[in-house]
Design a protein around this ligand. Structure first.
Ligand SMILES: [Zn+2]
Ligand SMILES: [Zn+2]
Length: 135
């Protein structure tokens, strides 16, 4: 794998380096992720917190997920691109939004979650784990 991989928001105000392979890559079909991605699902790369180095100023927004956990979101204040999500109580991991990577060939979700809210026109590929809600 070609690590490190550089990432950047759309305007270039926030950049980062992903130093190591993600722990897991998943697609989330929940309504909030459809709003976020302006598409049928969003993709998350769960990575160890120390495996990413960020540069640039980000703005933080927090919401409480269905599970009761706090879902923090970091985004570029200029172009609005979402950079990563995190749970302040699980600070060893972050949920990178990996479409910002310069090499997106590593983005192959092995799990699809919240398929109870999935768009009808999207068919889940064979051979991935599928969950109705959050596993
Ligand atoms: Zn930006
Ligand atoms: Zn979601």
């Amino acid at each position: 794998m070609p690590y490190p991989i550089n990432g950047s928001c759309q305007c270039g105000g926030v950049t980062y380096q992903l130093l190591f392979e993600p722990l897991m890559i998943m697609a989330c079909h929940c309504n909030a992720c459809q709003k976020l991605s302006t598409s049928a699902f969003s993709i998350t790369a769960v990575v160890a917190a120390e495996s990413v180095e960020f540069n640039g100023v980000m703005t933080e927004w927090r919401r409480t997920a269905d599970s009761g956990k706090i879902n923090g979101a970091m985004f570029c204040p200029t172009c609005g691109n979402r950079i990563y999500h995190f749970n302040p109580q699980e600070s060893d991991k972050i949920k990178l939004k990996p479409a910002n990577l310069s090499d997106t060939s590593i983005i192959k979700p092995t799990a699809h979650v919240w398929v109870s809210e999935k768009q009808d026109w999207y068919d889940i590929p064979e051979g991935v784990a599928v969950y109705d809600k959050q596993p």
